[in-house]
Design a protein around this ligand. Sequence first.
Ligand SMILES: Cc1cc2nc3c(=O)[nH]c(=O)nc-3n(C[C@H](O)[C@H](O)[C@H](O)COP(=O)(O)O)c2cc1C
Length: 174
Amino acid sequence: MIDLDSLLRVPYGLAVVCSGDKQYGNGFIATVVFQITAEPVRFGVSCNKDNHTAELIKQKGVFSISLLPENTSVDVIRTFGYKSGKDLQNKMEQKKIKHGYSDVPVFMDNVVSYMTCKLEQTVDVGTHLIFIGEVMEAEEVNSQAEVMTYAHYQKVMKGKSPKNAPTYINKSKK
Ligand SMILES: Cc1cc2nc3c(=O)[nH]c(=O)nc-3n(C[C@H](O)[C@H](O)[C@H](O)COP(=O)(O)O)c2cc1C
């Protein structure tokens, strides 16, 4: 038996993961973002194959990760976590964005810290791709803010995960 609620006890933080360039960029909300090695500093992101951002990461070979604070607006969660760049003209419009390593867009609209990564490996795990990248730049932007943990998102914001998220729970299968 797999108690799906027990899986949610794994601590995660919420981030916006972006890719693209100066002409066009897109991003999605990710919880499954993790450091893999210290030397060199490498991070991994689990990205659903249907995400529009997955195509951009494959094409451009770069991605950025911006950690979100506890006071992240519902608008940011809705736009980046529930809407696809496949359907929206430009998610980044009216958001604070800067361009980092290799022109990758970095979401800067109220973030705790960010990093940019050069794609090193892509591991196909069925529904998702694990993008593994070497960190090229990293900066703490707000040392006072706490990162929005997935637990905070669920308990305080009463948020859930859509089906593209690795942490999605299909209640009908429980
Ligand atoms: C709280 C939350 C956590 C999520 N975690 C992930 C994740 O770790 N990996 C993933 O691929 N999608 C995750 N998603 C779903 C994507 O953010 C969502 O499918 C997004 O609309 C994809 O955007 P895109 O198609 O423009 O790339 C999450 C969504 C939410 C709201």
